[in-house]
Structure formats: C-alpha cells, structure tokens
Design a protein around this ligand. Structure first.
Ligand SMILES: NC(=O)c1ccc[n+]([C@@H]2O[C@H](COP(=O)([O-])OP(=O)(O)OC[C@H]3O[C@@H](n4cnc5c(N)ncnc54)[C@H](O)[C@@H]3O)[C@@H](O)[C@H]2O)c1
Length: 357
C-alpha cells in the first residue's frame, strides 16, 4: 500500500495510472506528429500550386503578349461556314451588321427580333446579296415565346452552334423617373432572356461536344453611370451570368463550349441618341460587328472596345473612391456625356443602315 496524494493506492492501481499517463503521452505525440505531417503536406501542396501558377503565368502572359503583337492575317481564325448562328436583336443596329457579315461568311444565320419590319428589311438585304437567312419574330422577354421558337429553329434549321445574346434596350432616365414596368422590361430583355435562350440551346451544345455563347455586354457593365440604373444593372448582371456559366462549364470539363463577352463603349445606332460623348466619338456598328466576329473566330474570351478600357476601368478598385469619381466626372466626363439621353426611346426602331462590306 502507498499513500498517494493523501489517498492510499495499491501497486496495481499505480501501475495502471502510469500506463494511462504513458498511453496519453503516446497519443499526444502521435497526434502532434500527424498534425505536423498534415501541415508539411499542405505546405508542400501550396508551394507546388505556386510553382504551377508561376509557370502558367509565364506561359499565358507570354502567349497573350505574343498574340497581341501578331498581325491579324497571321492569327488562326475558325471557319463559320455552315455553322448555325442564332442572334437576338439581329435586325437592329449592331445586329443587322452582324447578320449580314455572318451570312457573307457562309454561316446559316438565324435572326430573332421583335421588330417584324426590320426583320423583313434585313432579310431583303441579305437576299439582294444572294444569302438566305432564317428570321423569326420573337419577343425574348417572353420565356414561353423563347422556348417555343427554340423548338421551331431546331426542327426547321437544326442545332444552334453559336448563340449571340445581342438584343438590348435602355430606358434612358434617372432612377426615380423610370416607371417600374420599364425597369422590369429592361431586366427581361437585357438579362433574363439570356437565361431562357442559353437554357434552350446549351443542352444540345453539350451533347454535340461543341458550341459558343456570346454575350453582348457594355462598358457600363464594368462601371455604372448616369441615367443607367436599369441598363448598367443589367449589363453588370450579364457579366456575372456569363462568367459564372463559364466557371461551371470549365469546372465540369466542357472546354469545347467557348464563351465570349464583348463590352463596347457608345455605338452609333440610335440606342443612346441624345448622348454626347466628350472624349471619344461613338463607335460605328460595323466596327463592333467586325470585332465581335473576329473575337468569335479567334475564340477570345473577353473583349472591350476600345481595348484599353479593360485596363482603365478596373482602376476604380485600386484608387481612392473620391479620386475615381473625380476622374469619371472631370476627365472622362461620363455623367455629362449621358445627360442628353432621350428617355424611353423605342430601341426596336433602329434606323441604322447596313454598311457595305
Ligand atoms: N448602342 C450602344 O451605344 C451600345 C453600347 C454598348 C453595348 N450595346 C449593346 O449592344 C447590343 C445591340 O445594341 P444596338 O445599339 O444595336 O441596339 P438597337 O436598339 O439598334 O438594336 C437592338 C435590337 O434588339 C431588338 N429587340 C429589342 N427588344 C427586343 C425583344 N424584347 N425581343 C427581341 N428583340 C428585341 C430591337 O428590335 C433591335 O432590333 C445591345 O445589347 C446593347 O445593350 C449598345
């Protein structure tokens, strides 16, 4: 018998206690070793990831610089011959330029537009040059109308290879003066429709193992501006939709589905009539159409027009907010450019003429 901390314990009990303490020590040592091992392995994995990212950065940045300075005629571009290309708003400003130019590249062009007269006009223009296009009067803000016409296109023309979500509208007023129904309309046309059209055609693209989705964004999808609470909101949403879908497709290994988003500055189509850009003239619809087609043929991911805007606009995240506003107001004069924007114009009545090739 021993007296241990005031109580008497047998030799057997003492041996048992020693064993328990010893066991615990071993357990603790083992879990510490296990923890160190995990820490070491995760540190090694992080170092490996850094090495891979470093190597990929060199490769991808190098590739990007090389491609930027490679003359256009030396860069490979995929053929659009016989590709079924469906574009929304294809009878309007940029849309009709796209329609004609895609038809000239021997694509099977399917045009969806709400404006029946404009559809007839663009069909005639294509026919005059000897091209057949497929036109459908579709209101893309109506989900059922989109699904019904998607089925029609599949049975009458075939599976869509390239979808260009181009149609768009703008209310053109300051926030409190935009009627609620117009805000809803802008969202239905400019972004909700992208969900319906993409849902209608993406499954077939996945089955066929190839496809291309093009989103017509805007510089206002990167930087909000005056009289654009509805429009800019939808264009930011379009960017989020586009990037998230791209992330899902890539994560699931669908690398054969290409995604291109084009974000232009003002275009001279009538959509922003009344606006007076202070620093640079408006882009011409034919130039935007040409650039979009080149981007599709080169499978580019992200295009801003002008190109340097992709470096300038994100600066708002790095500089003080007050300076960002001063630059926007005093140098770029974005809000002042927008002040004359005509409110509630009917963007389905664009009168831009298709330019000669
Ligand atoms: N014009 C610009 O300054 C500018 C600048 C940046 C981005 N964008 C974007 O470029 C795209 C084309 O613009 P645009 O200047 O050629 O416009 P536009 O008004 O000239 O043409 C838009 C076309 O979309 C059609 N449309 C409108 N509502 C529709 C609906 N509910 N269903 C089907 N079709 C519908 C119209 O009938 C019209 O043919 C839009 O997405 C626009 O937001 C335009």
């Amino acid at each position: 018998m021993y007296n241990f901390l005031g109580s008497s314990v047998s030799e057997l009990q003492l041996n048992h206690m020693n064993l328990t303490v010893f066991d615990r020590l071993i357990d603790l040592t083992m879990s510490f070793v296990g923890y160190c091992k995990k820490l070491f392995l995760s540190a090694m994995a992080s170092i490996w990831d850094l090495i891979v990212i470093g190597a990929l950065s060199v490769i991808y940045i190098g590739e990007s610089i090389a491609l930027t300075f490679t003359p256009t005629f030396l860069r490979s571009q995929k053929s659009l011959r016989n590709k079924i290309i469906l574009l929304t708003g294809g009878a309007g400003g940029v849309g009709q330029e796209l329609t004609l130019r895609l038809a000239r590249l021997k694509a099977k062009v399917v045009v969806w537009d709400i404006n029946e007269k404009a559809l007839e006009k663009v069909q005639e223009k294509c026919a005059k040059e000897g091209y057949k296009i497929y036109t459908y009067a579709v209101d893309i803000s109506d989900r059922q109308n989109v699904y019904k016409n998607a089925d029609l296109v599949k049975s009458e023309v075939g599976h869509v290879d390239i979808l260009i979500n181009n149609a768009g509208i703008v209310c053109g007023n300051t926030f409190l003066d935009i009627p609620d129904h117009m805000i809803e309309k802008t969202y239905q046309v400019n972004i909700l429709s992208h969900y319906w059209t993409t849902k209608a055609f993406l499954s077939d693209m996945l089955k066929n193992g190839r496809g291309h989705i093009v989103t017509m964004g805007s510089l206002t999808g990167l930087l909000g501006t005056y009289k654009c609470t509805d429009y800019s909101g939808t264009k930011h949403a379009a960017m989020g939709f586009h990037e998230s879908l791209m992330a899902e497709l890539k994560t699931h290994g669908h690398d054969n589905i290409n995604m291109t988003i084009v974000c232009p500055y003002f275009i001279n189509t009538g959509m922003f009539s009344g606006c007076k850009p202070r620093n640079f003239p408006m882009l011409e619809p034919k130039d935007v159409a040409k650039r979009l087609i080149t981007a599709v043929r080169r499978e580019e991911v992200y295009v801003t027009m002008p190109g340097w805007a992709r470096f300038i606009l994100p600066m708002k995240n790095f500089i003080p907010a007050k300076l960002a506003w001063a630059l926007s107001y005093r140098l770029i004069k974005g809000p002042q450019s927008m002040m004359g924007l005509r409110p509630f114009q009917d963007s389905s009545s664009s009168t831009v003429e298709v330019a000669a090739a």
